[in-house]
Write a protein that binds this ligand. Sequence first.
Ligand SMILES: NC(=O)c1ccc[n+]([C@@H]2O[C@H](COP(=O)([O-])OP(=O)(O)OC[C@H]3O[C@@H](n4cnc5c(N)ncnc54)[C@H](O)[C@@H]3O)[C@@H](O)[C@H]2O)c1
Ligand SMILES: [Zn+2]
Ligand SMILES: [Zn+2]
Length: 369
Amino acid sequence: MKTRAAVLWELNSPWSVEEIDLDPPGPNEVLVKMAASGMCHSDEHVLTGDLPFELPIVGGHEGAGVVQQVGSNVSWLAPGDHVVFGFVPSCGRCPSCSTGRQNLCDLGAYLGGGKQIADLTSRHHARGKDLGIMCLLGTFAEHTVVHESSCIKIDDDAPLDKACLLGCGVVSGWGSAVYAAGVKAGETVAVVGVGGLGSNAVQGARLAGAKHIVAIDPVEFKRTKAKQFGATAVASSMAEAQPMIAELTRGAMANKVIMTMGVGDGSLIGQALSLTSKGGRVVVTNIHPLLEPSVSMSLLELTLMEKQVVGSLFGSGNPRADIPKLLDLYRTKQIDLDGLVTRTYSLDEVNEGYRAMRDGENIRGVIVF
Ligand SMILES: NC(=O)c1ccc[n+]([C@@H]2O[C@H](COP(=O)([O-])OP(=O)(O)OC[C@H]3O[C@@H](n4cnc5c(N)ncnc54)[C@H](O)[C@@H]3O)[C@@H](O)[C@H]2O)c1
Ligand SMILES: [Zn+2]
Ligand SMILES: [Zn+2]
């Protein structure tokens, strides 16, 4: 069939919205008509080359839609079902999945190639070439074909233009606080960068019972929004936050520091470590450029004060459990998804959406189909 998609042909060029050819789903694949897709910073990392994904590629990995057709082996989904995509697939059978670490599913090894898991070929084509799909999804498209392991079925009554955010930003941010940082009641938490992910780290820290939540961002609008999501104090930089956190904690500093800046910067990790209490933890959720050569921090501080620096993918959560769980928390008004969507866009406006993200105008821009 023909459909329309935003394709990246070359690094540092605009997304090209064009007609593409889409093959029918293979035996373990699903054809989905997209309803909405969030515009996460990670697609920008593909455009700049920070994330080494093969080009050309259909962008987008934070999507929700309605199943149109399923392959012959897909027994648990049917046309009409509503799905959110997990940006990491979860097979349910590999060592990681079977021990409650679906974010580290072995199928994640296929992400960078962008080809279908089943046979490493493409269902998406344009200009006589095979196209990859971002995170095995390609949600910047009116229709896409994905592996069943990327699909999470949700209730039909959930608004898809909000539920799409659960496919990446919400779980990745919320889980960075609740799971990766392991925020506990009464703790002090700093979140560095409060855009799409950081806003959800703030919400996670609030729900976990943090006493102080310090949101750090150079953009005033982000700081204002962070207070609505539960931040108790704000600062425009880590340097400004340092004396503030020292005063709030009588010198003990933050138990958990969560890094959710747009582009990670290895030269700032030492500063993050200085915001952290002894026995505390820095969670690195933001993506650092592939070719960033080094990180600067005091390993003496790490040892003598038993500080930790840990990475986190998909909020260290389980897509099959956490996407429905957070949707329920939205229903019961314990997390806010509506407030995350600053503006909606058409597919044709995808480049304008990313301009707005770069200029700090959006918590999240969402493409609505
Ligand atoms: N680990 C994962 O599973 C995962 C998942 C999705 C996204 N990410 C990554 O997380 C990062 C954040 O993504 P996003 O979609 O929230 O981006 P975003 O652009 O919406 O938000 C980034 C925020 O960081 C702020 N910022 C920039 N420089 C800063 C600085 N020096 N100090 C403090 N704040 C600063 C920006 O003003 C912005 O508000 C990106 O690198 C993205 O690729 C990681
Ligand atoms: Zn993302
Ligand atoms: Zn698995």
